[in-house]
Design a protein around this ligand. Structure first.
Ligand code: GLN
Length: 446
């Protein structure tokens, strides 16, 4: 704990942390020492970790990357945080992220962007940018993240670490600040699949406090890490490898897939005709859900409140106007529009229908093969500022990750080499609750 705290302080320019909870960490570390001495330790007792600043932490600020919650200290722990605390893990602090998890580069954070340790002029990815930087720069051995449309996998790919987005419902969302509730899912980010398995073991499981958490037993995620991949059927979605994919990226991904062929896997093409509709459908659904979820920030009960409001309407409008950033406002406007009477059928309902078609594409593909593989991102990490003026360019960053959230499937980003000094991620997508298989596949690559 001391070593990691010292290292965090040596690298403030990476901007990975929003809050360093040193005092709290030292108390937890001392308790962990006692627990280790008394022999009732878990695998995670005394292991320093850090949480994306979207998970509520009792007594430690939870900002969600927003001015709106810059003064917010939650009166309770998120279920995920609670589980790590019970296991004896040590919380080093809270990690930088895009505001309310809306973004693909960590640049919408009220606290400024986290920087990619491989090239500090480049973005870390987002929204779990601080999480990916912390692991890649060895500021923490392992961390938590959340993924609504790619926010675990994309920063993991950009920073060269392993990130797993579990099946929707596998990890409790209680105390995880809501962005788009039907898509949000917490998961582990770590140096490799072996560490990710240990984290997921602690995070996963039914929680009566989350009505969408699934009541299904949690397997031993470490047990099958070394299983043979002989005969594994890998599907390559034709739409992932179209002419739009950058040549270098295509070559890196093909090289990674060839490694699995050497381990005994077979490869076949699969057709998923509705994948190209994923981005428009996602941005209607996610914006609609966010406009509803973020209506709670009204300046009344908690969070930012404007100075000297003239009346109630002034309190609402100025508190929200002054504390939300531009991207969050854009999403709220799009979502409110899509949900308004007269437009509901044309946008929200249509997007839900497209969502079903995309799920059916995955169902069909995953009845033919065991897993799907492809890129996580269209290219490697881009320069800070390169895409901030063009939201559509930024939304296209999620082209390979978003469909998986619409279907609720698990998917993992595995480090798969470099292009010009910047990391590349291989995406592996599995059937519902196949996290153990994904971890096995990730582990065998290393
Ligand atoms: N980039 C996507 C968005 O802005 C996904 C973010 C996420 O997964 N939280 O909505």
């Amino acid at each position: 704990t001391h070593a990691f705290l010292a290292r965090i302080k040596q690298h403030p320019a990476l901007n990975a942390f929003i809050t360093i909870s040193e005092e709290h960490a030292l108390v937890q570390a001392a308790a962990a020492d006692q627990r280790l001495a008394s022999g009732d330790a878990t695998d995670l007792t005394g292991i320093p970790i850090a949480h994306k600043d979207i998970f509520c932490t009792l007594g430690i600020k939870t900002s969600c990357g927003s001015k709106m919650l810059d003064n917010f200290v939650a009166p309770y722990d998120a279920s995920v945080v609670d589980k790590f605390n019970h296991a004896g893990a040590v919380t080093l602090g809270k990690l930088n992220m895009d505001e309310f998890a809306m973004g693909s580069s960590n640049e919408t954070s009220f606290y400024g962007p986290a920087r990619n340790p491989w090239n500090t002029d480049c973005v870390a990815g987002g929204s779990s940018g601080g999480s990916a930087v912390a692991v890649a720069a060895r500021l923490a051995p392992a961390v938590t993240g959340t993924d609504t449309g790619g926010s675990i996998r994309q920063p993991a790919a950009f920073c060269g670490i392993t990130g797993l987005k579990p099946t929707y419902g596998r990890v409790s969302r209680y105390g995880m600040i809501a962005y788009a509730s039907s898509l949000d899912q917490g998961g582990p980010m770590a140096r490799n699949a072996e560490d990710a398995a240990l984290l997921l073991q602690t995070m996963a499981g039914f929680d009566s406090k989350d009505s969408t958490s699934v009541d299904q037993s949690v397997p031993d995620y470490s047990a099958g890490l070394n299983d043979s991949l002989q005969g594994l059927k890998i599907g390559l979605p034709k739409q992932f490898f179209s002419s739009q994919l950058d040549n270098n990226m295509a070559a890196a991904i093909q090289a990674a897939i060839a490694e699995y062929q050497k381990l005994g896997a077979t490869v076949q093409e699969v057709d998923m005709p509705n994948l190209e509709l994923a981005i428009p459908a996602y941005y209607v659904i996610a914006s609609a859900e966010c406009s509803s979820n973020l209506s709670r920030y009204d300046g009344v009960r908690f969070g930012y409140r404007c100075q000297n409001p003239a009346d109630l309407t002034d309190l609402y409008t100025r508190s929200r106007g002054e504390a939300f950033g531009a991207e969050v406002k854009r999403r709220i406007l799009m979502g409110t529009y899509a949900l308004s009477a007269g437009y509901y059928d044309a946008y929200y309902l249509k997007a839900q229908q497209v969502r079903r078609l995309i799920s059916d594409d995955f169902k069909r593909a995953l009845s033919e093969v065991d897993v799907l593989m492809g890129p996580v991102t269209p290219g490697t990490a881009f320069k800070i500022g390169a895409k901030t003026s063009d939201p559509i360019q930024m939304y296209l960053e999620d082209i390979y990750t978003i469909a998986i959230n619409l279907a609720g499937l698990p998917a993992m980003s595995i480090p798969a080499g470099f292009i010009a000094g910047l990391p590349v991620g291989l995406q592996v997508i599995g059937n519902y609750f196949s996290e153990a298989k994904l971890l096995n596949i990730g582990h065998r690559y290393q």
